[in-house]
Design a protein around this ligand. Structure first.
Ligand code: SF4
Length: 323
């Protein structure tokens, strides 16, 4: 029997960002340089496939520094950590490497600068996300107020509207965040903050690509993990921009094919922590069931690379500049 026809619309850019590539490379190089085991505090990036691959190479993932024995290297994840974590590592004389994405560290520095200027800080972000915990933990308790959602932006009470700043999580919805910033600027005209927000280039580009393809797709798959903020936002963005049937899948084996019956065009993208191999497996699974035509729509090219910690650089890399 002839297979039904399906056009797969691949969004570009998709998948790994520079911060995730750097974090994974830090773990891989540390294992090579220092030998296994290398401990990692929290999932290095939010993707089980990546975590299991690194475990197989000799990484041990833990949630707390208490679980890290003496005399082994420990790596902090790409999401960033509260200041007390490196402080505790130093107190215990542990050798640590920080895989915090430089774009998250930039937000930490913004927060510190506002604090030095005596400003109360509003952080737009999702409660409980490790990046939010890390950013709030850069300053003494109470210095940063978390604002989650438009309603919270409308009702947040501040100590002094003339002495106020905002920062944002890097992996939010661009549209929702702009709305929240508009509310804060309306309520507190003197508020300080970045020109737009702190959402990173990778989150912005992946959302833009999804906005472009979503209106022409009957369904859309986001390859990513349920605890990956930027993957969850891609699902929402697709639903809000013309493709209500947008679903998060961790890997091809999870696809509910009954949801995709009768469709002609299927969009595919991947969150910033999802490897391209998982997208390739989705394509292969579609090829097994459909007569496939593939369209790739790339809205922008990315060339961002971040430097590795000096101790892990090859001698030739130490002098080469990177973002
Ligand atoms: S999604 Fe953005 S902030 Fe997060 S690791 Fe990637 S580049 Fe860095």
């Amino acid at each position: 029997m002839a297979k039904p026809k399906l056009t797969l619309v691949l969004a570009g850019p998709r998948g790994f960002c520079a911060g995730v590539e750097r974090a994974i490379e830090i773990v891989e190089r540390a294992i090579k340089k220092f030998g296994p085991p290398v401990y990692v505090r929290h999932e290095i990036v939010h993707n089980r496939f990546v975590v299991e691959g690194l475990e197989a190479k000799g990484a041990v993932f833990v949630e707390d520094l208490n679980e890290v024995p003496e005399n082994v290297p420990v790596i902090f994840s790409a999401h960033g950590v509260p200041k007390e974590v490196p402080a505790e590592a130093e107190r215990r004389n542990l050798f640590y490497l920080d895989a915090t994405c430089p774009l998250v560290s930039k937000v930490h520095r913004e927060a510190e600068q506002h604090h030095r200027m005596g400003r109360q800080i509003l952080l737009i972000g999702h409660a409980g996300h490790p990046e939010v915990i890390g950013t709030m933990g850069q300053l003494p308790e109470g210095s940063i107020l978390l604002v989650e959602g438009i309603a919270a932006a409308e009702r947040v009470e501040v100590a002094d509207p003339e002495n106020l700043a905002f920062i944002t999580q890097t992996t939010l919805s661009v549209d929702d965040t702009r709305e929240m910033i508009d509310v804060l600027r309306r309520r507190f005209p003197a508020i300080h903050g970045p020109n737009k927000e702190d959402i990173c280039y990778a989150t912005t580009n992946r959302q833009h690509a999804v906005k472009v393809i979503a209106p022409d797709c009957d369904a859309l798959l986001v390859v990513g993990a349920p605890n990956s903020s930027n993957s969850q936002r891609l699902v929402e963005v697709a639903r809000n921009h013309g493709c209500p049937k947008s679903l998060l899948v961790q890997r091809a084996a999870e696809i509910d094919w009954s949801e995709l019956q009768g469709i002609a065009r299927l969009g595919v993208t991947a969150g910033a922590s999802a490897p391209e191999l998982l997208v390739e497996q989705v394509i292969a699974a579609c090829r097994a069931r459909f007569e496939l035509t593939i369209e790739e729509i790339t809205v922008t090219a990315e060339s961002v690379r971040f430097k590795l910690p000096r101790v892990l650089q090859e001698p030739s890399q130490e002098s080469s500049a990177a973002v």
